[in-house]
Design a protein around this ligand. Structure first.
Ligand code: TRP
Length: 291
């Protein structure tokens, strides 16, 4: 009698242990994260995303993150994307445009959620913001470029020429510079451009701009944002104010901006990812601008 009871108890225990084990592995969400590079704003987005996921109840018992930094290099981003292709992620998160473009090809199998992509349509991540059609959605940090130019004109109404500093390899900047040039044309402001492909080129590019402009406009360009320290001094020495595309760039020494709160964007991205890993479809998850 006793022996029988013992056997029954043991097997019941085994079954529940196995069930417990099975449940915890299958419920653990797996998210791959690629961040284009380190700079103040992208790090802020990542931190606020992490905090939001904790607030939503995620910790290492129910979610597993694989985090990779692209070091500002598109080749590095491409090899991270290849590595991610072999993993069974529930969702891939991409911070900034070049990172999102690198992992876009994974969307055939895995939903991709981006954060802080300025122009998701221009970057060819989706054909529509309201109806994502490529299994890619996320949050956008569209910049009010005209308000930034207006700020420059308000502070110095004698601004006749604005120098624009950007990396033309960044789709986000191509969009913003196009908008800025159109607005300057409307306001009869002359534009001179200096493009850079890497942080090392920033200082000499600003030297060239200094001799030709009254103020500098640096959009929320990742390369330009990460090079603030390299060109700030030469712009300051020449007395050229740097109008920036993001608050972080002003924190890093730029003159002024009209921008958004990237903490909020990180929170919104977290909320979207939690919906997607719990079964929401990308097609039903429109791209969000700052709330
Ligand atoms: N919007 C940029 C992109 O689409 C990313 C970004 C977020 C950024 N915050 C920034 C770039 C601040 C420069 C400065 O890639």
């Amino acid at each position: 009698m006793n022996k029988l009871l013992g056997t029954v108890l043991t097997s019941a225990l085994t079954i529940s242990l196995l069930a417990g084990c099975g449940t915890s592995t299958s419920n653990k969400k797996k998210v791959g994260i690629i961040q284009f590079m380190d700079h103040t704003s992208l790090n802020e987005i990542k931190d606020s995303f992490d905090k939001e996921m904790k607030t939503l109840g995620y910790d290492d018992k129910n979610i597993e993150y694989t985090f990779k930094n692209g070091q500002g290099d598109t080749n590095t981003c491409a090899s991270i994307a290849n590595d991610f292709a072999g993993k069974n992620f529930d969702c891939v998160m991409a911070i900034a445009t070049p990172a999102a473009q690198a992992v876009a090809k994974l969307a055939t199998k895995t939903p991709v959620v981006f954060s802080a992509v300025t122009d998701p349509v221009g970057a060819q991540l989706t054909s529509s913001l309201s109806k994502p059609d490529k299994n890619i959605t996320g949050t956008s940090d569209e910049v009010q470029v005209d308000q930034i130019i207006d700020k420059a004109l308000e502070i110095n109404p004698n601004t006749k020429t604005i120098g624009m500093l950007y990396n033309k390899g960044e789709a986000n900047s191509v969009t913003n510079i196009k908008k800025a040039k159109a607005y300057c044309a409307e306001k009869n402001i002359k534009v001179v451009e200096a493009t850079i492909a890497s942080v090392n080129e920033a200082q000499s590019a600003v030297n060239v701009l200094n001799s030709k402009c009254d103020a500098i406009f640096a959009p929320n360009d990742n390369t330009v944002a990460s090079a603030m320290a390299a060109y700030l001094q030469v712009a300051n020495d020449a007395g050229k104010p740097i109008y920036c595309g993001a608050d972080s760039m002003v924190n890093d020494g730029g003159f002024a901006t009209v921008g958004i709160d990237y903490d909020v964007l990180g929170v919104q991205t977290g909320e979207m990812i939690e919906r997607i890993v719990n079964g929401a479809t990308v097609a039903d998850t429109p791209v969000e601008q700052i709330a």
